[in-house]
Design a protein around this ligand. Structure first.
Ligand code: ATP
Ligand code: ZN
Length: 223
């Protein structure tokens, strides 16, 4: 990896976290010139640039050192940490950012009898978070089959491809619309500033410290 003298932050290119993440960075005094390919945005004042990518790619980009920091859901960060072994263990949450709040929950058909996680034994559970779900099933000594789906998890029971689901929930409206009932919360999530456990020792490290200080100011004002 070539040494860099500018800090590089990865964030979601287009989705729920995009607008609030940009607004937060703006409030921290950072502004960016939008490039034509819209993947890379050059920072105008401070030496901080943006990489706009799919949220799922953000932890890997930090682990590889392509980016120094990332703004990503705790759900995506923890899933990566769970399945990426050593590379994932090196990542940490520097700050929680207070937007993109949701939870990762198990939900069952509304007419299914459910008292405890062991009731899931032998069932098929559809999810986009096999790492987090697998860990929770192990903790609860449940032997179920995990079916990994990239999207549209909530319709799997209706389609007959799974019995129950484990998916992100915000208001619960999607669950109700699909005749599902939330039973267990595996993770409370929100957007976080993710980065390596130890910060760069060059000028980029100073820039991170400045950014964290400004972030704390902005987050405090909000609360
Ligand atoms: P990408 O194209 O970047 O992969 P995506 O479809 O995976 O996009 P979004 O749906 O924009 O991502 O969600 C981004 C993040 O927003 C989630 O990982 C989660 O942290 C948070 N989030 C908040 N509420 C919800 C919700 N109701 N459903 C899904 N994600 C939510
Ligand atoms: Zn995604």
């Amino acid at each position: 990896m070539k040494p860099r003298d500018r800090l590089r932050i990865a964030m979601q290119k287009s989705g729920r976290l995009t607008e609030p993440a940009l607004e937060l960075l703006n409030r921290c005094g950072l502004s960016f010139r939008q490039s034509r390919d819209k993947l890379f945005c050059f920072g105008e004042g401070e030496p901080v640039d943006l990489l706009l990518v799919r949220d799922d790619d953000i932890p890997g980009l930090i682990a590889q050192g392509v980016c120094d920091l990332g703004i990503v859901g705790r759900n995506v960060l923890n899933e990566f940490k769970g399945i990426a072994g050593d590379g994932g263990a090196a990542l940490t949450e520097w700050r929680s950012l207070g937007f993109g709040r949701c939870r990762l929950s198990v939900a069952v058909p509304h007419d299914m009898a459910y008292n405890a996680p062991t009731d899931l034994s032998g069932l098929r559970i559809a999810t986009s978070y096999p790492g987090l779900l697998g860990a929770w099933l192990r903790e609860n000594s449940v032997d179920a089959s995990v079916i990994t789906l990239a999207g549209s998890v909530e319709i799997a029971p209706k389609l007959g491809t799974a019995d129950v689901i484990c998916d992100l929930v915000q208001s619960g409206g999607t669950l109700v619309a699909n005749q599902l009932r939330e039973t267990d919360v595996l993770l409370q999530s929100e957007a976080v500033l993710a980065g390596p456990q130890s910060l760069p020792t060059d000028e980029r490290g100073d820039m991170v410290e400045l950014l964290l200080k400004r972030l704390d100011g902005v987050i405090q004002v909000r609360e």
